[in-house]
Structures are given as C-alpha cells and as structure tokens.
Design a protein around this ligand. Structure first.
Ligand SMILES: [Fe+2]
Ligand SMILES: [Fe+2]
Length: 199
C-alpha cells in the first residue's frame, strides 16, 4: 500500500503550544481507533519509552514528559482503521483538538521516507528512533523462552544483523534515526531493553 506524503511541514498552531489531551481522552481515542491489540501494544510500548526518555535523559517536567508519551501513544492511531490515510487522519484530529504543535509534528515526522517530513526536534527524532527498534526488540522477546529476562545487547545486535529476522523492520531507518538523534545504537538498545513495556 502506498503511503501518501503529508505535503506540508507546519502542523498545529503555535497558540496551542503546551496543550495536550488528558490521559482519559488519549486512552478513549486509542480504544476507539485501534482494535488491533498488537498495534495497541506497540503504541503503548513506544509511549512508555518516550515518557521515560523525556524524564531520564532530557530531564523534562511532568507535563512535557506526558507530551512525549502522547506522541508515542498516538503515532499510529490511524493505521488500523484507515491505513491509506496513515498520519493524515490523526494529525487532522489532533489539530482539531488544539493539541500542542510539537506533539503533532513529532507524529508527522515518524517516517520521513513515507510522510516527507524531516524529524527536527529531539521529540521528533526520538519517536522516529524508538518506533522501529522497539518493534524489533519486542519480536525478539517473543522468540526467547524467558521473554525480556536476561535479554542483552549482544543478542539484539545479532538479530539486527539477521536480515530475515523481523524483516519488515527497516535497519536503514534505525541507523538513520540514531544518526539524526546523535545517539549510539547500543545506548538506545540498552534503554529499550531496560524500559520496554512487556505485553
Ligand atoms: Fe507509523
Ligand atoms: Fe509505529
């Protein structure tokens, strides 16, 4: 299926800066729009990673942590019911709900190759970086008898090199994302192993 580029690089309104949805509102949207449980889990996993990264690595306050988390939580919200409108639909929804432009922009840039929007802010870059790598690590946990127990960097790197493993996860995008975020891939992998929400 072809994903249609967004065709713009400005999202939301600066007047809405700092606005977010409440947890309840975000949860309701997720339940309404995403019926696929695996996809829900993926979105929750990326949300958790974003929130923890904002707290631990960026030292942001609780409101900002939640905005990072929200971007992760809703980044694939329209993929389940409207895959042909992926990113377009959720962006319009969040713009209509006057959500902070920073959050909307991060969602818009989570696949630069597809949506044609470059990740610029740290939030943009981290969402892009966590998206694919979190998925690969989750797939790896499912094939390990102990799941995440005892998972280490070495094992994840081995799976990354194995092109046939989780073949839909773009190694190219992972590399590109780490480069853009100026983060060592090892650091990112270790962070995900330590913080990933288990299904
Ligand atoms: Fe996506
Ligand atoms: Fe995703």
């Amino acid at each position: 299926m072809e994903i249609i580029p967004l065709g713009r690089t400005e999202f939301g309104s600066p007047a809405n800066s700092g606005n977010s949805l409440s947890r309840e509102e975000a949860e309701a949207l997720l339940q309404d729009w995403v019926k696929n449980e695996r996809l829900q889990l993926h979105m929750r996993q990326v949300a958790r990673l974003m929130g923890r990264w904002a707290a631990e690595k960026e030292g942001l306050d609780a409101a900002a942590q939640w905005r990072w988390e929200l971007a992760g939580l809703l980044h694939d919200a329209d993929w389940d019911l409207w895959p042909e409108q992926h990113c377009h639909k959720i962006i319009k929804e969040l713009e209509a709900r006057a959500v902070c432009p920073e959050v909307i922009r991060a969602i818009a840039s989570h696949g630069p190759r597809y949506f044609g929007v470059e990740p610029v802010s740290k939030m943009d870059k981290m969402l892009y970086a966590f998206d694919e790598l979190s998925g690969l690590i989750h797939a790896y946990s499912l094939m390990r008898p102990g799941g995440y127990d005892g998972m280490d960097l070495k094992g994840v790197k081995k799976r990354l090199k194995e092109k046939s493993f989780a073949a839909n996860v773009s190694r190219e995008d992972i590399q590109d994302a780490c480069q853009r975020a100026a983060i060592q891939q090892d650091e990112l992998i270790n962070f995900i192993i330590a913080n990933q929400l288990q299904g």
